[in-house]
Each structure stands twice: as structure tokens, then as C-alpha cells.
Design a protein around this ligand. Sequence first.
Ligand code: CUA
Length: 338
Amino acid sequence: MRTLRPVLVLAALPLPTGCANLPKGLDPAGPNAELISGLFWWFTGVSALVWALVVLGLGAALSWPRPVHDAVLPLERGRAGEITAMRVVAALVAITASILVVLTLLSFFAGRSLARMAGPEPLVIELTGHQWWWEVGYPGEEPSRALTNANEIHVPAGQPVRLVLRSTDVIHSFWIPNVSGKRDLIPGQVNQLDFVVEKAGVYRGQCAEFCGFQHAHMGLVLVAHPADEFDAWYEAQLAPASPPSGEEAQTGQKAFLSSSCVLCHTIRGTPAGGKNGPDLTHVASRRGIAGHTLPMTRGALAAWIADPQAVKPGAHMPRSELTPAQLNGVLAYLEQLK
Ligand code: CUA
């Protein structure tokens, strides 16, 4: 019983797939992830069957009654036994090879179907990897309808999407398990990933290629909207930032525009036009900040702006030089950027 205890404790732990807002590869939200999870179940099923048969065979071999007296077999019985053993081994090798061929074919056809997932007139989204956040660009039908977001990919459910993947620094890897498999973002190369999200919902993703100190804090979410809701989201995001209302927020806007914040961040509708960091025009409409390291709350924003290095050591955002009053103002201002 004592030896069994760690096994029982492990079995009693909740599976990570049951937790809220975690990537769930076995809960597919569209055909891409469905193909991959199907492949997973085939591989797991066949491997489990082989494992069970091997264990059964081993058990049978160990418990088989063996003659103890005739240590030296008569010549004829020895030869017959050898031939039987050779036949058994040959049959097992053939079965193993067939299983390998079948699994390889399954994998090949799933890969080919994934590569042919492109639908007609996909929504093109340009995803650019940065240490350690995601720039999400919508080229739009014309330049005036282009849009930039950060760390959140919004798509209409049921419509084909084409991600155009780039990186500005090192190799990152896009991975939202509910939606599709991984695809790398490589400096100097443009990759592409086509997928469809059938089920509306919010799906958590994560950079899946070690890209430096804060690789683990390079999260993103994909929000799949019903089609009309997506259009409303897009129109709202296209609008420039609303002017600050209230004295505190007005002080905050002044502090923001006169500080080094503007060198890296854009707030459309104001002179702030930096391109090194996320566009903040509608920052308060997002679900998280700092690559989804922190939730979008006033307290988290305060912690992040006051000392980003305490939250994400090595992040390219420097410590702010705002006074406490200015910081409160900036928080009030950013909170209004919905
Ligand atoms: Cu980006 Cu890991």
C-alpha cells in the first residue's frame, strides 16, 4: 500500500485540462485541432493496446510452468522449439512494422489535411513575435481600415483565417492548442498558418519556442466572436482613442504624452506614435497585460507601469519615472481606453 500511495495521490490530482482558461488540446474548437486530437487518440489507443499486450505476454511468460528436470532437451524437441520461436518473432516483427506504417500514414494524411486547410477568402491577420509579446495586425480591405492590437487575436467564428507569421528578433512559436498546432515565427522568413475556429469562445495560447528570459510569460488569447459581434468589435477598435474625461485622467494623459511612454507606444488620436511596444489605443478592452502575465485590472496596471522589471525581469519596458500622482492619472487615463 505504501508503494501505491504516490500513484494514488497523482491519480487524485485534477487534470490540467479541467482548469479554466488553460490551453486544452483535446477540446478542439475547429477542424485543425480536431485532426490533431484525433491523431493523439489513435496514437494513444494503439500504444496503450501494444503496452497491454506486452505486459500480458510478459506476465504469461513469467508464470508459464516450465519443466525443471530435463535441463538438456532432446535434440528434436530443441529444433522444433527454435522454429516455433522464430515464427513467433517474425510474426511480431511484421505486426510492429505494420503498426508503424499505419501510424506514419495517419500522421502523413493528417499533416496533408492541415496543410490544405486554407478556405476561400480568409481573414488575413499578421502576427509578429516580439520579446515578449505578440503584435496582431489586421491589414484591412484598405489602409484606412488597418488595425493593430496586442496579445489578443480576434476572429469571426466559422470563417477561414490566415495568420501571416513574422518575428522581429528571435524565433517564437505560435500555439493555441484548442485551435491548431504550432507554427514558428522566424526572423527574416514569413510563415503562414490557415485555420478555422468553429466554436465561439476565448482560447488561451502560449509561445512554444524558447525565446529568452521571459519566454514563459509570452501568452496570448484568441477570441472567436459570432460574425456580427466581430464586425462590431472591429469598428470599435478602428475608432481613435476617446479623449480623457475627468481631471485625473486628463492629468494622466498629459503625463503620458510628456514622458518616455510615447517613444514606444501608440495611442491613436494623440501625438503618441511609438512602435516598439503594444498599441494602447484600446488597451482597456483587452483581457490581460504584459503578454497575459497579469489580468487587466488597475492594480496590475499600476504594478506593471511602476516596475515592469519586477513583473518580467529582462522585459524591454523600463521602470517609469512618474510621480505617484502622475501614475494615478496615467492609470485613470488608460482605464478609459476601452
Ligand atoms: Cu516567444 Cu517563447
